[in-house]
Ligand binder design. Structure first.
Ligand SMILES: Nc1ncnc2c1ncn2[C@@H]1O[C@H](COP(=O)(O)OP(=O)(O)OP(=O)(O)O)[C@@H](O)[C@H]1O
Length: 597
């Protein structure tokens, strides 16, 4: 079956924008209370950080009077200093915890919201995604946004407050010294600004490359047997290496930038220190500056440098989060393909209804894939859809499953247009068995009961296993029904997986059964067992079977032959065999092929 994505449904990767960031934030609740409280605590921390050099000045200027009382708390200055430091440290610790917690909970909510949208997204969208890339994006992009909103925003706010507060205090203490300090450190910061912007771009690209590598590796490990069969291990290793070394190069660039940033800032600090010491020392000697003020200035150098580093980190994270939110916003905007949970159906007493295709036209993009004037699948009947590769057989099944919506016309189940039926309720009426049926890692039982919400008794399971001819091999498994079958059922044979898929269908009990080449990948012996199971499963259901095998179709009620997306022949097998059309030609050709084999 060929189901690639129509190009217009491919995920968008446009330029990063703030609108996307805000749109992402609108989808989830932010712990504003916790963040506001953390902001208040940060004010205490900022106050402490700014107050500490001032108190030190008081101590230095009044040397020998450390025990003098007065000031804000009416206590000895040294006690005030300790109290301020302790309060600032405690406030910082609680603010960090609250911020981290708010960030983690925002990240969790974003992930949960993204997964909610992705699992409910239409097939047209999901077809265009690389699963590993999506996983990486859901984990890393959400983390980037959450960190920006929590830790980085608060750090940036505290940095701005500290810088503003320090400027206020320093200029009111001594404008000339303050000018030197802000001049030197400000100049270093401005000189490094382009480098910092490059750093932000590198961080953004690193995020992107990580997602791509993760997407590629997930795909390779999921199809490892194919890789080995084609002897493509070396090729895949080289392709992975391309991604790995692209990340290495980005990492090195980022390390170079960090390595360059750090000595420049250290140099700025040293120049400030020396200049302030030299100039301040002269003024202390001249008596126009107190030694306490000079000490306070020296301490403030570090108060000013720290926030600048925090601002750098904020802008870098802002760039990563903006990029991340472009992709996240797209996911969060996805409309679910269904809106209501399926209504429980009475298991017994349902009356099969006809499935009618009426004037259907459907295209993938601008490529017409199916055009059917009229086609009826009578209730409880068996239809084989035949036709050359690419003739639209799987598309017909996909339209019944409502993976795609026809561009024109309608498909009716009884009198109801299927698009009017709640999607999950409609899908609950359908059973689909593919050429290689999907199994998840887990036990045999987990796979049998997959997607079944009602309680299922042991007898029902035993009966499903017996009807699908799975009872023998399941009983022989080391832990029977509780045997782990490996990722995608790798520990079972193809035939065993098919029989389990049929057993699962007995438990699901669908009204309409879609079989897409359900026996074509099996050898005669296995096909025989699977066919026995299928025969039991098909009883009383409307069955539509896509096949390339012309043998065994005599038992069908009708054969529908497609070519180029159009119906070219339709009728009972015996009627078509007596004619000179498509079906007869295919049966004849296959007969000759089998004879010559
Ligand atoms: N998701 C898709 N996007 C674009 N084109 C598609 C998509 N799926 C199928 N097609 C195209 O639509 C046409 C019908 O495909 P379809 O899979 O229905 O054929 P098929 O009869 O089932 O073929 P096969 O027997 O090889 O499985 C083909 O030309 C195919 O390339």
């Amino acid at each position: 079956m060929t189901r690639a994505a129509p190009t217009e449904a491919s995920p968008r990767t446009g330029p990063a924008s703030y609108a996307d960031l805000f749109s992402v934030l609108r989808h989830v609740r932010i712990d504003r209370g916790a963040l506001c409280f953390a902001a208040l605590l940060t004010l205490v921390e900022v106050g402490g950080t700014l107050g500490f050099p001032l108190l030190t000045r008081t101590i230095v200027d009044g040397s020998g009077q450390m025990a003098a009382t007065g000031g804000l708390f009416g206590r000895p200055v040294i006690v005030q200093l300790v109290l301020v430091l302790l309060a600032a440290a405690a406030a910082a610790a609680v603010a960090r915890y609250l911020t981290s917690r708010a960030g983690l909970s925002l990240g969790a909510r974003l992930r949960s919201a993204a997964i909610e949208r992705l699992v409910a997204a239409p097939v047209t969208y999901l077809d265009g995604l690389a699963s590993g890339e999506v996983t990486s994006r859901v984990i890393n992009d959400t983390k980037a946004v959450a960190q920006l909103i929590s830790r980085e925003s608060l750090n940036a706010a505290s940095a701005v407050l500290l810088l503003a507060g320090a400027a206020l205090v320093l200029f009111s203490m001594d404008a000339a010294l303050a000018g030197i300090l802000f001049g030197v450190i400000g100049a270093a910061f401005l000189a490094m600004l382009p480098v910092m912007l490059t750093m932000a771009a590198v961080a953004y690209r690193t995020q992107d490359e990580t997602a791509k590598l993760s997407g590629r590796l997930t795909q390779v490990f999921a199809e490892m047997r194919m890789v080995k069969t084609f002897g493509a291990e070396e090729r895949e290793r080289r392709r992975a290496d391309t991604g790995i070394f692209a990340l290495f190069a980005l990492g090195c660039r980022s390390a170079r930038i960090e390595a360059a940033l750090s000595p420049v800032m250290t140099l700025a600090v040293t120049i400030s220190l020396v200049t302030i010491l030299a100039y301040g020392g002269m003024r202390v000697a001249a008596g126009s500056l107190s030694s306490g003020t000079l000490t306070a200035f020296l301490l403030y150098i570090f108060t000013v440098v720290g926030p600048l580093a925090q601002l750098t980190s904020f802008f870098s994270q802002l760039s990563v989060a903006r990029g991340a939110s472009t992709r996240l916003a797209e996911v969060l905007r996805l409309a679910p393909e269904w809106s209501a949970p399926p209504t429980p159906r009475a298991a017994a007493g349902r009356t099969p209804k006809a499935l009618t295709f009426d004037q259907i036209r459907f295209s993938y993009g601008d490529r017409l894939a199916l055009s059917l004037e009229g086609l009826v699948f009578a209730p409880g009947s068996r239809t084989a859809i035949i036709g050359p590769s690419g003739s639209g057989k799987s598309t017909l099944l996909a339209l019944i499953e409502r993976f795609y919506t026809p561009d024109q016309g309608s498909i009716r189940h009884g009198d109801e247009n299927i698009v009017a039926i709640p999607l999950r309720e409609w899908r609950a009426r359908i059973g689909y068995v593919a050429q290689t049926s999907a199994m998840l890692s887990g036990s045999v039982r987990d796979n049998l009961l997959y997607g079944i919400d009602r309680p299922v008794g042991e007898e029902a399971i035993a009966s499903a296993l017996a009807l699908s001819r799975s009872d023998g091999f399941v009983a022989a498994l080391p832990a029977g029904l509780d045997t782990q079958i490996g990722e995608r059922g790798a520990r079972l044979s193809g035939g065993e997986r098919q029989r389990l898929a049929i057993a699962r269908m007995f438990l699901r009990d669908p009204e309409i059964l879609l079989l897409d080449e359900a026996t074509s990948s099996l050898d005669e012996e296995n096909a025989h067992l699977v066919l026995q199971g299928l025969e039991a499963l098909m009883r009383g259901r409307t069955c539509i079977l896509v096949t390339h095998r012309m043998t065994g179709l005599e038992a069908m009620d009708q054969i529908v032959a497609l070519d180029g997306g159009e119906l070219v022949e339709r009728g009972a097998p015996e009627a078509l065999l007596s004619g000179a059309g498509f079906y007869r030609r295919l049966v004849h050709r296959q007969f000759l092929q089998e004879k010559s084999a």
